[in-house]
Structures are given as C-alpha cells and as structure tokens.
Design a binder for this molecule. Structure first.
Ligand SMILES: Nc1ncnc2c1ncn2[C@@H]1O[C@H](COP(=O)(O)OP(=O)(O)O)[C@@H](O)[C@H]1O
Ligand SMILES: [Mg+2]
Length: 240
C-alpha cells in the first residue's frame, strides 16, 4: 500500500533520516521502533506532508491495481483525501472543545452527516470511556483519555492507513494494554496501521513486521514475533 524508498529528512544542518526504505502492505500492522531522536516522528510526519526538506520516494497505492501516487511534495491537506490519518505524538487534541467536537473535527473533509454519526458511535464502542465523557472538554481528560481521543479523531476521517505516533507514551500499564488491544481491533476492522513506538515489547507483540531505527537508519528488520526474540533487539530494547 505504501512503499518508502531511500527517504532523507534534513532540518537545516541536521540529517535526521538517512536513506530509510519501508514497505507497508495493505491490511498489516507495521511498527517503527527506536530510541528518542532515532527519526521515527520525522518519517511519519514526512508521510503526512508535514516536513519540508524530504527527499526520496513515498509511493501510495490506494487501491489494488490502481497507479501509485507520489506523496513527497503533496501538501498536508491532501493526506486525508489520500486515505491517511495521523494521531500525532503528544496527543494534540483541542482542549477547549468537547470530546464529541474533537471527534467531529476529525471528519472535517466529510459531508455525510449520517456516516459521521455512525463512525462516532463506532469510536464510542471502541472507547466506551469517551462515550461517557462525550460532553467533557478535551483538556479536562486524563492523559490516557486524551490519547484515546487522538486515536478516535484519526479514525473519523475513514482512513485506509492510520499512523499512530507513540500512542502509549506516558500511559499506565493497564491503559497501555487497552490501547494496544484497540489498535489490534482497528487493524482487524480492515485498516492498515503504521505504529511508532518506544514500547518495543507491546509494539512487536502486535506487529506483522518491524523496523528497528537507530540515529536515522534502519539497523534491523523482520516479522514482529521474530524481532521479539532477536538477541540484539532484546538486549537494546527489551532489557535483555
Ligand atoms: N523541527 C525540527 N527541527 C530541528 N530538528 C528536529 C526537528 N524535529 C526533529 N528534529 C531532530 O531530528 C532528529 C529525529 O527526531 P524525531 O524524528 O523526532 O525522532 P523520534 O521521533 O524517533 O524521537 C532528532 O535529532 C531531533 O532533534
Ligand atoms: Mg517522536
């Protein structure tokens, strides 16, 4: 579905992503694992059209058998129309709007009122906690609830590919489990998932395929379960 070839990202003199190639097959969960500063967000934000100095190729095939579209150089506004949604790092929900209003914002490009209502109910089924708090201002939610809202909002644009930047960051262990269960369900619902994580254990446990990133380069890759048992991965990311 998405094929990234020889991706480079620069911020002024900083070479943050150094020739990364990734393949994200339709219907899969692909994860990018790496320490702080490895370049994970830069890659995901490049796909979303949010980074200026990007080189290489990001090629999207929306439908099987249709021609691929090059995403580099396309504005971020095209992302949603291309069937891609991003749940950004650090939640970024709108604190003064209610839960329901935040979700409706995720559907800004749609005009099918009934469809939007249906999808809101679907998000509430996925996150019953959000339904209970649908009238509450985003800023008054707990960290975990805000994270759920960010994921729910991304789902509201009916994406084919949903990109999640560190959805478990700062969450209590019980909520980490909950959010990963939900990511699995989103994938079972037919969405392709690109998951960026520092929580290597949880991410590798649900991922079909994983790329391990160090200072802007892929140093290891393989099926999630295989990476989970890889001695190098265990030593560097899973505490031995
Ligand atoms: N907007 C920016 N301006 C300058 N440097 C940046 C910017 N965003 C990220 N970087 C740098 O690029 C590198 C990769 O960052 P990032 O992609 O955020 O990594 P990760 O998400 O894996 O923590 C880091 O060295 C970071 O300091
Ligand atoms: Mg990041």
């Amino acid at each position: 579905m998405l094929q990234i070839n020889d991706l480079h990202v620069h911020y002024g003199g900083i070479h943050a992503v150094k020739g990364v190639s990734l393949n994200i097959p339709r219907g899969s969960i692909v994860t990018l694992i790496g320490a702080n500063g490895a370049g994970k967000s830069s890659i995901i934000r490049s796909i979303a059209g949010l980074v200026r100095d990007v080189k290489g190729s990001i090629s999207l095939t929306r439908r099987e058998g249709h021609p691929a579209v090059e995403l580099i150089g396309k504005p971020a506004e095209d992302m949603v129309r291309n069937g891609i949604a991003l749940s950004p790092e650090g939640r970024r929900i709108l604190p003064h709007l209610t839960v329901a209003e935040n979700l409706e914002l995720g559907a800004w490009c749609r005009s099918d009122r009934d469809g939007i209502e249906n999808d809101k109910e679907r998000v509430y089924r996925l996150f019953p906690r959000l339904k209970e708090r649908h009238w509450q201002k985003g800023g008054t939610l707990s960290g975990g609830e805000q994270q759920m809202l960010a994921v729910g909002r991304a789902l509201m644009s009916q994406p084919d590919l949903i990109m999640l930047d560190e959805p478990s960051l700062g969450l209590a262990p019980i909520l980490v489990k909950e959010i990963f269960d939900i990511i699995r369900r989103i994938n079972e619902d037919g969405k392709t998932v690109l998951l960026v994580e520092q929580n290597a254990f949880a991410a590798l446990s649900i991922a079909d395929y994983a790329y391990i990133l160090e200072v802007g380069s892929v140093v290891l890759q393989g099926p999630g379960k295989e990476m989970l048992h890889n001695p190098k991965v265990r030593e560097a990311y899973l505490g031995g």
